[in-house]
Design a binder for this molecule. Sequence first.
Ligand code: SF4
Ligand code: SF4
Length: 342
Amino acid sequence: MRYPRPKDIDAMAQIPLEAAKLGINYFDTAPYYCEDKSETILKVALAEIRRQGYEHYISTKSSADTYDKMKMHIEKSLKTIGVDHIHFMHCWCLLSLDMFEKRKRNGVIKALQEAKEQGIISHIVFSSHMSGEDIALVADTGLFEGVTLGYNAINFPFRIQGIKAAARNSMGVVTMNPLGGGEIVLHEKRFDFIKTRAGQSILEAALHFNLAHTQITSVLVGFTSVEDVRSAVKAIDTFNPLTDNEIDAIKKKIEGSFNQLCTTCNYCKECPEGIPVVKFIEAFNYQILYNDPAKVLDRLKWHWDIQNLNLLEKCTQCRQCEEKCTQKLPIMERFEKLKKLK
Ligand code: SF4
Ligand code: SF4
């Protein structure tokens, strides 16, 4: 989902191709990612991946909320990716238990089960940004064979129950966002505590944190270049399992506030007033990380091109963004704090 120039399809296809060459075999895509070009880029890469005989498993997603839409989306993804079979089909982005119940009631799971019986998908899985406790409730229904969820050294307390429940149900667990939206690597000093071994880079430490969990089957990294792929694979090559004591030591060092960072997932983007919530809340990370208003204002000005905070006055407090926030951040409260920064 992080291809930098999605319209440059052939060039972008080199990224998954390099991944396959280096032994990565799980390819996670979805409609709408990267200006709706992600599945097409994978299609182009797959032609060569197949020709070279590299092992590959394809994962894609649908947020269909009815039986008919799910059937239609599966057909569309098969066509766009250019395959006759999808290994992992996600019931995509369950944001609440109500949403799960609604999709179930409307026949979404039935459509997935029928597709599996037909042999056009192999595994019915779901992805979610809910809390670990809610993910556990969905996992315990026994309807799914795997789950994809955001998990890293920042937000692990929010999600660990989901991972445990998935393991209890013998499900595959794919973790996304292992680098905390890039914050862990960008703020190396702050997150230094996740390093457990001498000479370990922060990228290695972040990926090793996820890999160290025996319940986790696969760790996703959103690559932006062939070089990214090489660095991540190099980081994996140096992995030695962490002991339970090492994992516990990392977890103990994490202060409560680290669970409060915006991961820039952008699920809050549909603000009816056109407020770019992600830009403000991502900038607020700097207040949490550095307690320095100047850094927040600099971030807004130079990174996000927001020259003043007047836009925040347009907020009607409808809280739609808070409901959608994958990290359950108190966005309204942060807006008020932002308004007071000088
Ligand atoms: S609460 Fe404010 S920022 Fe959030 S969606 Fe509503 S108007 Fe937009
Ligand atoms: S505020 Fe929440 S939903 Fe919006 S980008 Fe940050 S973590 Fe994601």
